[in-house]
Design a protein around this ligand. Structure first.
Ligand code: NAG
Ligand code: NAG
Length: 408
C-alpha cells in the first residue's frame, strides 16, 4: 500500500490506458465541454501571424514535426528532464523549431476560457496549424479532436523519422509510407512550403552543386547564402512565403525548388504529374492539402477518457469522467489551488497513516465515493467517542482545513 503514493497517479494511469481503446477523433470533441476553445485558439493564432507572418509556417511545421515522431501527441513540446530526451534538440528542430511561446499562450488562454484544463496540447497543435493556414489565405477544414498528450518524447526517433531536406524521392516516399501516407499526401503536404523560409545551410548544396536548378534562381540565392558562413540566413521557400498559393509548385516546374527534397518531387519521377497538376489547379491543391492534413493529424493518436496535458512543463493525468465532468465552475486559478492542496493533503495522510482504510478503498476501487454517513460512522469507530476533547480538537482542525480550502 505504502508504495501507492502520489495522488493515486498509478490508478489514474491504469484507468487512462484501459480507456485507450479505439475511440476515434471527432471535430465535436470539445463542443459541450468548452465551445469557446476553438474561437480562442483562432484569435491567438491570428494575432501571432499578424504580428509576424512567418509564425504561420512555424506553427504548421510544429504539428508536422509532432505527428511524424510517434504520432500527434504533443511530445515535441516536452523539455528535457532526467527521463526525457527532448525532441526540441533533434537535428530537424534544434535552432529551427519555433512558435512554442505561441502554443504556451494558447494553452493558457484556452484553459482560462474553459475554466479547466480540458483541451489537450496535441489538439492545440492540430488546430493552430489549420488556423495558420487559414490566416495566410489557405483552405479551412474541420480538425478531428480528442488526442491525448504523451508524457514521453524521443530525440532519437525525431532524428530518424522527420524527413531531411537532402532526401531524394524514393527516400521521401518511404519516409511518408512509414507514417501511413502515400505519394499524394507527400506532394500535397510538401505544398506547405508555399509558406515560410529555410536556412542557408539546408539548401547550400543545392544552389552550388546541383544541375536541375534554374541558373538565375541559383545565382539569386547564392547572394545571401555564401559557400562559407551565413548558415542561418533565411530564404523564402517560394516567392510568396506569407501567402498560401500554388507558387511552390510553379517553382518546382521551373526548377526553382529551394530544397533538394522540394525539387526531388519534380525531377523526372513518379510525382511529376501531380506537381504539374497542382501548379495549374489551386483548388485541387487546397482540397488535397486539407485532406492530407487530416490524415497526418490521425497518425498514431492516443485517445480515450483521460486527458494528459504537459505543455507548461507539468504533466497531469485526469480521468475526465471521474473528476472534471461535474466540477463546479470555480475560477481556473482557484481550481489549480484546490488540486494542489488536495494532493498535498492526500500525500501527507498517506505518509503518516499507511493503513487508512478510506484511502485503501479509494485506491482499490476508482469508483468508490466517500459518503458523509460513512465518514461519520468511521470517525466514531476510530475514536470510540466523538465527544472526547481529543475528537473535538480533530473535528475543529478538520473544519478549519475545509474552511481555508474554500477560501483558497
Ligand atoms: C559541392 O561538391 C563538391 C565536390 O563534390 C564538394 O566538395 C562540396 O563540398 C560541395 N559543396 C556543397 C556546398 O555542398
Ligand atoms: C554550417 O553548416 C555546415 C553544414 O551543415 C556545417 O558543416 C558547419 O559546421 C556550419 N557552420 C557553422 C559556423 O555553424
Amino acid at each position: 500500500m505504502a508504495s501507492r503514493g502520489a495522488f493515486q497517479l498509478n490508478v489514474l494511469l491504469i484507468l487512462a490506458f484501459a480507456a485507450t481503446a479505439f475511440s476515434a477523433l471527432s471535430p465535436y470533441y470539445y463542443e459541450h465541454v468548452c465551445p469557446e476553445a476553438l474561437p480562442t485558439i483562432k484569435r491567438v493564432v491570428e494575432a501571432a501571424v499578424y504580428n509576424e507572418r512567418r509564425m504561420g509556417a512555424s506553427l504548421l511545421r510544429l504539428h508536422f514535426h509532432d505527428c511524424f515522431v510517434n504520432g500527434c501527441d504533443a511530445s515535441l513540446l516536452l523539455d528535457s528532464t532526467s527521463t526525457i530526451d527532448s525532441e526540441k534538440n533533434s537535428r530537424a528542430n534544434q535552432n529551427s523549431a519555433r512558435g512554442f511561446e505561441v502554443i504556451d499562450q494558447i494553452k493558457i488562454e484556452v484553459d482560462k476560457i474553459c475554466r479547466r484544463p480540458v483541451f489537450s496540447c496535441a489538439d492545440i497543435l492540430a488546430v493552430a496549424a489549420r488556423d495558420s493556414v487559414v490566416a495566410l489565405g489557405g483552405p479551412s477544414w474541420m480538425v478531428p479532436l480528442g488526442r491525448r498528450d504523451s508524457t514521453t518524447a524521443s530525440r532519437t526517433q525525431a532524428d530518424s523519422d522527420i524527413p531531411s531536406p537532402l532526401m531524394d524521392l524514393p527516400a521521401l516516399i518511404e519516409n511518408f509510407k512509414r507514417q501511413g501516407l502515400d505519394e499524394r499526401d507527400l506532394v500535397a503536404l510538401s505544398g506547405a512550403h508555399t509558406l515560410g523560409f529555410a536556412q542557408c545551410f539546408t539548401f547550400r548544396g543545392r544552389i552550388y552543386n546541383e544541375t536541375n536548378i534554374d541558373d538565375d534562381f541559383a545565382e539569386e540565392r547564392r547572394k545571401t547564402c555564401p559557400r562559407n558562413g551565413g548558415n542561418t540566413t533565411l530564404a523564402p521557400l517560394d516567392p510568396s512565403p506569407a501567402r498560401f498559393d500554388t507558387g511552390y509548385f510553379n517553382n518546382l516546374v521551373e526548377e526553382e525548388g529551394l530544397l533538394h527534397s522540394d525539387q526531388a518531387l519534380f525531377n523526372g519521377g513518379s510525382t511529376d504529374e501531380l506537381v504539374k497538376a497542382y501548379s495549374e489547379n489551386a483548388r485541387a491543391f487546397s482540397a488535397d492539402f486539407a485532406k492530407s492534413m487530416v490524415k497526418m493529424g490521425n497518425i498514431k493518436v492516443l485517445t480515450g477518457e483521460a486527458v494528459f496535458w504537459c505543455c507548461l512543463g507539468l504533466c497531469l493525468v485526469v480521468p475526465l469522467s471521474l473528476i472534471l465532468r461535474d466540477m463546479p465552475s470555480y475560477p481556473f486559478d482557484k481550481q489549480v489551488k484546490i488540486v494542489i492542496v488536495t494532493m498535498a493533503i492526500h500525500n501527507y495522510i498517506r505518509r503518516h497513516a499507511k493503513c487508512d482504510h478510506h484511502f485503501e478503498k479509494i485506491e482499490n476501487d476508482p469508483n468508490f465515493i466517500l459518503e458523509d454517513n460513512d465518514r461519520d460512522d468511521d470517525f466514531q469507530e476510530e475514536n470510540h467517542n466523538s465527544n472526547t476533547p481529543g475528537a473535538r480538537e480533530v473535528k475543529k482542525l478538520r473544519d478549519s482545513i475545509a474552511a481555508s480550502l474554500m477560501r483558497a
